[in-house]
Design a protein. Structure first.
Length: 94
């Protein structure tokens, strides 16, 4: 599956208070926007999501993986490492 998210579009969606940055889709998967952005290497979107006060970067998907577990690419890993985490994540696998 190919994603062509634009950071501006994600920012606009996040500005809508009725949309949670922790929303899970598809239902039952545990996959959040942060999981998806990290897993496809979108550091720009990971940054936007981590700036949200409500973001929970410790959420696990249906396989027990957090955003740090699925992070792909050094820029994404750096973004996750560089952000004060809301939970207990402290490092990212290289």
């Amino acid at each position: 599956m190919f994603f062509t998210w634009k950071a501006e579009t994600v920012s606009l969606l996040l500005s809508q208070r009725s949309i949670s940055p922790n929303a899970v889709y598809p239902r039952g998967s545990g996959t959040t926007a942060l999981h998806l952005a990290a897993s496809i290497g979108r550091a720009d979107v990971v940054h936007l999501l981590l700036e949200q006060d409500e973001i929970d970067d410790t959420l696990q998907d249906a396989h027990g993986r957090t955003c740090k577990d699925v992070a792909r690419g050094k820029d994404v890993q750096k973004a996750i490492r560089g952000k004060p985490m809301h939970g207990t994540l402290t490092s990212v696998r290289d």
